[in-house]
Each structure stands twice: as C-alpha cells, then as structure tokens.
Design a protein around this ligand. Structure first.
Ligand SMILES: [Zn+2]
Length: 370
C-alpha cells in the first residue's frame, strides 16, 4: 500500500467515539488523509482493528490440553495443574520445547492475529531472555504493533543474579510482566520494579484473578498495567482509578478458569481505562471477535463500549505517541474492512451492534496495518 493512494468507501466507524458515518476514506503512505461523509452504495464496513491487550503466546505450543479428569459425561477441571508455575503442564511443555518449534508456533498465533483483524498486542512472555528472543524472532517481518513484557526465568536465585537477568530481558522487551504479587517475595518484586522503572521500561502484573488478596500489593508497586481484577471490590477499583492504571480484562479466560466475571461495568463507571485480551493461547484462540461476542452477551455492557474495549481502549499498546487505531484524518491506518453483505452480516441495522454481537473473521475482506 505504500506510495499509492487508496480510496475505500462504506460505513466508517469513525473517530474516538466510534460514530458510524457513510462515506469514504483516503489512505496515502499508510496515513488516513481524508475521512469524507457522503452517500455511498458500498456495504463495506470500515472499522478500527482490534488490540489484543493481554496474551501468553508461548502457550501456542499446547493448544488443546485436557482440562481435567473425565468421569462419565463430566470433566473435573483442574486448571492449576495446567498453568500454575513452575510445574503446571504449560511450564513443563515450555521447558521441553525446542526454541525453533516455539518460534514457529508463536508465529502461527501472530499470523492468526493478523488474519482475525488484530493490529497490536501485549504479551506476557515467560522463559526469561530466551523467551523474549523467541517472540522477537517470530515477529520478524510482520506488521503488528507489540508490547513485550518479559520476566526472569529463575526468580528464586540470588537477587543480583535475578537483576542481571532482568537487565538482559529489558534490553529486548518493553518491560516486565510478572505473574502476581502473591507468587514472589514483595521485597524481590519491589527491587525488580524499581530496576525496571529506572530503565524507563513498563511494569505490568496480574492481580485479583482468583481472589483479591494480591490487589493492594500489586498497586503498591505502582504498575503501568494490571491484568484481570476479576475479584476487585468497588474500593479496589476506586484506588486503581485514582492511580490511573489501565486494566486488561480477559472474560473468556476467566470463564475457563472458573474465577468468575470481572466487574467491567463498575470499572468503566470508576473511570478506569479498560482493554481486553484473550490471555493464554492454551485456553483461548487469539480471535478477538470471539472475545467481543462473549463480552457483549455475558456482561450487560453497551455494545459501543464493548467494541471500544476491544479496539481503541488498548491504544497504550500502540506506543505513547500513537492515537491507536482511531479512524481519523492524520492517523496511521490500522483498519479492517468487513463485508456488510456477507451471509452473516447482511441486513444488520446498527453496524456497531452488528459487528460486536455477530461478526466473524470470515466477514473480513481486508486488514490494513501501518
Ligand atoms: Zn495472563
């Protein structure tokens, strides 16, 4: 698309408030040069791309694990045995997987993201320096914005050894993504957080996923990003809002792991910037249409908000100078063009409700990233 001008007409989900307008957009050198309102007979829907704000792409090596013991018709879920560090199935598989195979599997998930309309993602990458290297290798040549949060592979070693590894991890990543404030000594977490901040890198951490016992501790680390907050109370949310920390919710993951429903409406009401992620590839595909449909149907939240959570609200992933995937004159192009006359979408009256509740990857005609 570089060096040429493209004109795409249809219903444009435009601006920061996602207002549908009929017209066309012009794109030159990857930049939106015009958004023009005009009668058009095109049934295309031009929408901002998804931002998948929390993934664990290393899990791509184990996509269909047994969720627990089967007895009769029932499965007794045992998720700790799947994902808990250091001995859960995921961690055993990751430690046994050769580097090249890990890179190949992660790359498949990245390609799947592009095909399903995602232009940017934030990943918690396990495995220390090598883990971060695998994701960077898998990203080569792909037009995806990424935030990579690494972590030390062996946090129980002496502090100076851990900090030396953190230093190497941070050289090739955007920051640290730690599993949770109850999983490690607070003293160590404070040291690695301060070290990360000194190097102007980001610090993100899971919090309040199973219970709320780690929320206060996580907040005391002054994180740049919190993941989950499934069990957060109103008071917790007020504190998060006051600290201006964005939160990434992972509704499908929370259902699979049986931890319940995040208080998303309360988060929005408290003034928190809420984005969404598909979490572990072991538990969910990276398909954000599925996350969006699920959120729209299970949580009582307005579809426009759901669509925003899955797209524009993840703008922090795109970098501090970015306006995310907002369709606006002067912005970079990060759009998907949907076929509004597909068998699935033909006849929808409200493009945002239509897309949020029922659009699928096979409704995509094209994805343009820059
Ligand atoms: Zn996670």
């Amino acid at each position: 698309m570089y060096g040429t001008e493209q004109i795409i007409s249809g219903t444009i989900i435009a601006g920061p408030e996602l207002v549908p307008i009929e017209g066309y957009i012009c794109i030159r050198n990857g930049i939106i040069t015009e958004v023009v309102e005009e009668r058009t007979y095109s049934k295309n829907i031009i929408a901002p791309c998804f931002v998948n704000a929390h993934t664990h792409l290393g899990d791509s090596v184990c996509k269909d694990p047994a969720m627990g013991k089967v007895s009769g018709f029932r499965v007794q879920r045992d998720l700790d045995s799947l994902v808990k560090p250091p001995d859960g199935l995921k961690h055993r598989i990751l430690s046994e997987t050769p580097y090249k195979i890990l890179v190949e599997h992660i790359r498949r998930s990245l390609l799947d993201m592009i095909e399903t309309g995602t232009c940017a993602f934030a990943d918690f990458r396990e495995g220390g320096v090598v883990g971060v290297a695998a994701l960077n290798k898998a990203l080569e040549g792909l037009e995806l914005h990424s935030l990579i949060f690494g972590r030390p592979a062996e946090p129980h070693l002496p502090l100076e050894v851990v900090l030396a590894e953190v230093r190497r991890v941070l050289l090739h990543s955007d920051g640290l993504g730690m599993s949770g404030a109850n999983d490690l000594e607070m003293g160590l977490l404070k040291e690695v957080t301060a070290y990360t901040r000194d190097r102007n890198k980001l610090f993100a951490i899971h919090a309040g996923e199973k219970d709320r016992s780690d929320i206060e501790k996580a907040l005391s680390l002054e994180p740049d990003l919190l993941i989950h907050l499934t069990q957060a109370t109103k008071k917790d949310l007020d504190e998060v809002a006051q600290a201006k920390v964005p939160v990434v919710v992972c509704p499908r993951s929370n259902f699979v792991t049986g931890v319940g429903m995040a208080p998303i409406a309360e988060m929005l009401e408290a003034g928190i910037q809420v984005a969404a992620g598909t979490d572990n590839v072991m538990l969910n595909s990276v398909n954000m249409f599925a996350e969006m449909e699920f959120m729209s149907k299970i949580f009582s939240i307005d579809d426009r908000q759901v669509f925003k959570i899955c797209t524009l609200n993840g703008s922090f992933v795109m970098g501090p100078d970015s306006t995310g995937s907002i369709i606006e004159k002067g912005n970079k192009t990060n759009i998907m063009i949907l076929n509004g006359s597909s068998n699935n979408l033909e006849g929808i009256q409200d493009p945002i409700c239509g897309i949020t509740k029922r659009a699928r990857p096979d409704d995509i005609l094209a994805v343009l990233h820059s």
